[in-house]
Ligand binder design. Structure first.
Ligand SMILES: [Zn+2]
Length: 885
């Protein structure tokens, strides 16, 4: 590593935060789009903030400065200085007008940050969070500088729609087949919320009347010919608007709400004021191209961006260390929304599974950081599962501790006290203290301590005194730069079950607490004594996953099976099943390690028998939930339980177990499949049908492990192709793992049918990248060269390379070829799009978790990367992952 690169990759620290020296009250922006370039005229009203310094320092990168005028006078070259990243204007007054003209090249912008041309959609668009605006013009590009934006766009008429934030105030014709539109946003905002779009779209329109009778025009812009794929997004938007009024009293504030779907987009979606820009993946859906999961994700992401209008836009972040202030809060809001709209149990299971498979490993690895980080080199690297998902869990705990009513009071106060301001996480927590009267000093540790806390629980029942005691011990492992941790506030929602599975009344300090209670842990060691416990209970702990921790209680296998059947908390029923399966799977991996014969545990099979032969036949059964109950823990999550991740043994154990379950229950699976299949062939986004579809497809996935049911998969595939993607995709995923001509036939038919639909081609790539047949890597490499793959399109990279990085046996194959391939891709990608390259390098950074031979191979690739010229995005992740512990 040369000295030069050390200088280029300097960290930024929270402790160095200073309020801006200057503020911008108004910006008049005019963007003239031409074929090869864009001219950007920016007119700023600037005034000194408290600390008066005489140099104004603006951010700007990759800009060609054409001219700069202060109060109408053009500045000479000795009155300002331009560096790679800054424009410094010397000796400015306390209040003045600054006019800057810059030239940029959107079609050369492959990083997709700032203003760029989206090739797939043939559209100009922007992405400014976190620091994209400085690629458009010189500006105070910090979230604590809030200005009123007026934006004029001019372009050729081949781009009929010219959009920006706020309300349209003027538009008209110009010479040379050009036209213009002017937009005014009445709300002050930081520049990361600025957006601009110019393109030719189909438009679907609707209206929404808010609870105070304000009419809002709703518009969704999609690529020509795709309007029929935007109806679910529109419906989702209305559901989100209604839910936020009902749940948080939040109403929309402009006359118009626009969503534009773009095919080349780094993120999922962006909450720009009044003009959300979305990845097509989270807008477009119709039965023949989108699965149940796609429909659910669209509901969730549309909700998420809409909720940002208050949690993020009206009240924004002071600096990027506070990112979780808006993201943790908004994820919490979108999770609550989909739980309310769809299913409390299943959505919670999905969210916890994602947390455990992405955030827990992050928290245990070299890139562990608190929900509010202290330092970063590249802020784009901190859009993490910790900031987002653990941040959401922290708010969920706060709501549990305060109670829903008090928490809502706090939210109301937060929005009214800080409306129009850029604030901190501390401001938020302070409000929750104000409304609850609680001291949250210890709770704040959730924002500053990294690592996943572990809670060990033991118990003691005394039948003489009829008392039942729970002993809790909490610890939190060391993480980079944080060797020692303090005990945290941990809410444990719990209940006790008697031998017949009935909930027992909970009496603490001689006071009746009902049938469910939330214990609050605050000490390293703590005990709780329940009175009047007439019989030895079975504890049900951490219900609905009330804290983002790893909890361990020494359940016997029988107790886990008992709770799996009887617990009143649906999440905990699922959790006990997962724990039971996990034990068995870990034992199987050990048997493989020792070379012993593999055998299925009878109790485990009994669980499946109970689910399939009893519960599935009950009139009130929730089939959506049942399909979750049938799933085994993922290879990823099994690996997380091991000190050294035994990639091959985990895979073999899981394949063995699934096959044994399939063999044992083939007839029952088939009956359930048949019973639910005919109802669900015609697609509708409806909870009952989703449940039936998910359940029948879980059955089919097991059946397809058996050679004589491969044809059944093929039959479903052919029948569903062109009209039901949920059914098509499950069948194709099953066929994809078969060493059979059916595999090639199905993959070919799928591609021929959908080759012109970008999002479906992504599925085709991802499915093949998830294949674990022996020649999978060479097929993935071939797909990398296939015309359907485009390294400049983020969705294609996520589909092929992202799925490959999550395919344990292929990525971690012993000869190291998977590592070599990924490193080569990252190096190529980093030249084009550093943000996406940084996301792809992640699987390599986990190298310490593997055996010595794999460690050496992965480390070699990381070190080789470090010796090339890297973006600060990739440099930060690679260098941190190599740091000595
Ligand atoms: Zn967000």
């Amino acid at each position: 590593m040369s000295d030069m690169s050390t200088i280029a990759h300097q960290p930024i620290y929270l402790k160095n935060y200073r309020a801006p020296h200057y503020l911008i009250d108004d910006i008049n922006l005019s963007v003239d789009l031409f074929d090869d370039f864009a001219m950007v005229r920016s007119s700023l009203r600037v005034r000194a903030n408290k600390h008066h310094e005489t140099d104004l320092i603006l951010n700007g990168e990759g800009l060609e400065l054409i001219s700069i005028h202060l109060e109408g006078r053009e500045l000479t070259s000795n009155e300002y200085e331009v560096t790679d990243q800054l424009l410094i204007v010397r000796h400015v007054p306390a209040n003045f007008q600054l006019d800057i003209v810059t030239k940029i090249y959107p079609k050369k912008n492959t990083a997709l940050s700032g203003l760029y041309y989206a090739n797939t959609s043939g559209t100009y668009c922007t992405q400014c969070e976190a620091e994209g605006f400085r690629h458009i013009t010189y500006y105070l590009d910090h979230p604590d500088v809030l200005a009123k934006f007026t934006t004029t766009i001019t372009a050729d008429k081949k781009y009929p729609h010219l959009l920006s934030n706020g309300n349209l105030t003027a538009s008209g014709e110009l010479p040379n087949n050009r036209h213009f539109a002017t937009w005014e946003d009445p709300f002050k905002k930081p520049c990361y919320l600025f957006a601009l779009v110019a393109g030719d779209f189909d438009l679907i329109e609707s209206q929404f009347t808010t609870q105070s009778n304000h009419e809002v025009a709703l518009r969704i812009y999609v690529e020509k010919g795709l309007a029929d794929q935007a109806t679910h997004a529109m419906d989702s938007l209305k559901r989100a608007m209604r839910w936020d009024e009902g749940t948080f009293g939040r109403e929309y504030d402009l006359d118009i709400y626009m969503i534009v779907a773009i095919g080349d987009f780094n993120m999922g979606a962006m909450e720009n004021k009044g003009l959300n820009i979305f990845n097509t993946k989270y807008v477009l859906a119709k039965p023949e191209t989108a699965t149940d999961d796609d429909y659910i994700n669209i509901l969730s992401v549309i909700g998420h961006e809409y909720f940002h209008n208050w949690s993020g836009n009206r009240v924004t972040c002071r600096d990027w260390f506070q990112l979780s202030l808006k993201e943790g809060l908004t994820i919490f809001r979108d999770q609550s929304f989909t739980e309310d709209e769809l299913s409390h149990a299943v959505m919670r299971i999905h969210d916890v599974r994602a947390l455990r498979e992405t955030q827990f490993p992050e928290d245990a690895g070299p890139l562990a950081h608190p929900v509010r980080p202290d330092a970063y080199i590249e802020i784009n690297n901190f859009y993490t599962a910790t900031v987002y998902n653990k941040g959401a869990e922290v708010l969920r705990m706060l709501q549990t501790i305060l109670g829903k009513t008090t928490f809502r009071k706090g939210m109301d106060l937060y929005f009214s006290r800080h409306d129009g301001h850029a604030v901190t996480i501390e401001d938020f927590v302070k409000i929750m203290e104000d409304v609850s009267g609680l001291n949250l000093a210890q709770f704040r540790l959730w924002y500053t301590q990294a690592g996943t806390p572990r809670v060990e629980v033991t118990d003691h029942y005394d039948d003489i005194t009829e008392t039942y005691t729970l002993h809790f011990t909490q610890t939190c492992p060391p993480t980079p730069h944080q060797a020692h941790k303090k005990p945290m506030t941990i809410p444990i929602k719990m209940g006790l079950l008697d031998q017949s599975g009935q909930a027992m009344p909970l009496v603490l300090h001689q006071k009746m607490q009902g049938l469910e209670h939330t214990l609050l842990l605050t000490e390293e060691k703590q005990e709780v004594v329940f009175q009047h416990v007439t019989t030895k209970p079975t504890p049900s702990l951490l219900r609905h996953f009330s804290a983002p921790i790893i909890l361990h209680y020494p359940y016997t296998d029988e107790a886990l099976r008992f709770l799996f059947q009887h617990d009143l908390d649906a999440f905990n029923r699922w959790e006990c099943g997962q724990q039971y399966s996990m034990r068995q799977l870990l034992q199987l991996t050990q048997s493989i390690e020792k070379g012993n014969a593999l055998q299925m545990n009878e109790g485990w099979l009994a669980i499946y028998a109970d689910l399939l032969m009893r519960e599935a036949k009950e009139a009130t059964v929730d089939l959506f939930f049942l399909s979750e109950m049938l799933a085994l823990p993922s290879e990823k999550y099994i690996g997380e339980q091991m000190q050294t991740i035994a990639v091959d043994n985990i895979h073999a154990a899981r394949v063995f177990a699934r096959l044994e379950i399939a063999k044992k229950f083939a007839d029952v699976f088939y009956q359930h499949y048949q019973a639910n299949h005919t109802h669900t062939e015609k697609y509708k986004f409806d909870m009952k049908l989703i449940g039936q579809r998910q359940f029948k497809n879980s059955c089919l996935a097991y059946l397809m492990l058996l050679p004589n049911y491969a044809e059944l998969g093929m039959t479903q595939f052919k029948a569903a192709l062109k009209h039901n993607m949920t059914d098509t995709q499950v069948a194709l995923a099953g066929l994809n793992q078969l060493d059979s001509p059916l595999r090639e036939e199905a993959l070919r038919a799928f591609y021929e049918t959908y080759r012109h639909d970008a999002l479906v081609v992504d599925k085709w790539l991802a499915i093949q990248a998830s294949c674990y047949l022996p020649n999978a890597l060479s097929q993935i490499k071939a797909l990398y060269k296939h015309p359907a793959f485009d390294i400049k399109n983020p969705n294609k990279v996520y589909a092929l390379i992202g799925a490959f990085g999550r395919n344990p046996t292929v990525f971690h194959q012993k000869n190291g070829e998977g590592y070599l391939f990924l490193a080569d891709v990252v190096r190529e990608l980093d030249q084009l799009n550093p943000q996406i390259a940084a996301r792809m390098v992640n699987p390599l950074t986990q190298w310490r978790r593997y055996d010595a031979a794999r460690q050496a191979l992965m480390r070699e690739r990381l070190e080789a990367l470090l010796h090339t010229s890297l973006s600060s995005d990739v440099f930060e992740l690679v260098s941190k992952s190599l740091e000595e512990k």
